[in-house]
Design a binder for this molecule. Sequence first.
Ligand SMILES: [Zn+2]
Length: 280
Amino acid sequence: MPELPEVEAVVRALDRTVGGKRIARVRVLRPQTIQCISVARFCRLLRGRVIGRVRRRAKFILMDLSGGWTVVVHLRMTGGFVYTESPQPLPPTARVLFLLDDGTRLAYTDIRNLGLIRLIPTEQLDQSEEWRRLGVEPLSRAFTVRRLEEMLRGSRRAIKAVLLDQTKVVGLGNIYAVEALHRAKVSPMRRAESVARSQARLVALYEGIRETLREAIAAQSAEPLHLEFIGAKRTKHRSTASYSFRVYGRQGEPCPVCGAPIRRVKQHGRSTYYCARCQT
Ligand SMILES: [Zn+2]
């Protein structure tokens, strides 16, 4: 499942690729993908609008359109985009097609059909119940060491469980929570309240989260996992960054910091990888 870095990489690539282009028309190949609005109204409202900025809130992809509307996309498990030039065949998993007036096409694809697309007036985006429950953006200015402390204070839950709670901080899934905890040298099993009591651990965790996400975004931006270009020139974007997991999926391999074998345990039904020597 895409986490914040994967979604952010798609957002940046989409912004470079389709930002400023006009939607000639829309074809919906799977009506159920469009939610909270009829397919006919969705297609009618999109026709002729110019795509402005493409941005992100939590793991929602927001495509702002001229005239005050925003297309909201959530990839869930297997959603993604394919950008093609017109004569190229479309993948069989294409669900919604945005035909752009320069002859290119942006297809929303989904194998398991768990993703969704909505069309919402831009000014109403933050009014939905789902939206209001979202926690702080970990790369925003609003996320501070103090804010992290408030989030963890008095919580008897394991620190990893709090990091995965999207009502506290958004975008961290199993992979990057595990990676951030290793970077911070904090055990995933440690109680959140005890992290809150140590300024050194708090700062290490705060920086661990931000550095992990920043590195992963930089690495993903070179080749976004959930955006494919077929027969179409991609907008050039060079990145020499690379990201390899420190502990995730590396059970039994040496810890990159101290060399002790990386352990794997089940925590709330998900795999947690950690180094028992340097994460305390
Ligand atoms: Zn170690």
